[in-house]
Write a protein of this length. Structure first.
Length: 64
């Protein structure tokens, strides 16, 4: 993941449950999701980089 892809004129479709359903070019998603509500934003949209591999804190010594 040394480089990030850039989708110019991109869009994100968010479903009723608040989850992302699709990501792509605006013109493509407009055809696929006709009548969807559009909210325009300026700038760059980054995905949330979340490390889902977590552990509870271990406070004892890690060596024997």
């Amino acid at each position: 993941m040394a480089e990030l892809d850039l989708v110019e004129n991109g869009s994100v479709v968010v479903g009723d449950a608040g989850r992302i359903e699709a990501v792509g070019r605006y013109s493509d998603l407009q055809r696929e999701y006709p009548g969807a509500e559009v909210t325009e934003v300026q700038g760059v949209l980054f995905p949330g980089f979340v490390d889902c591999h977590t552990h509870a804190v271990f406070v004892a010594a890690r060596f024997a």
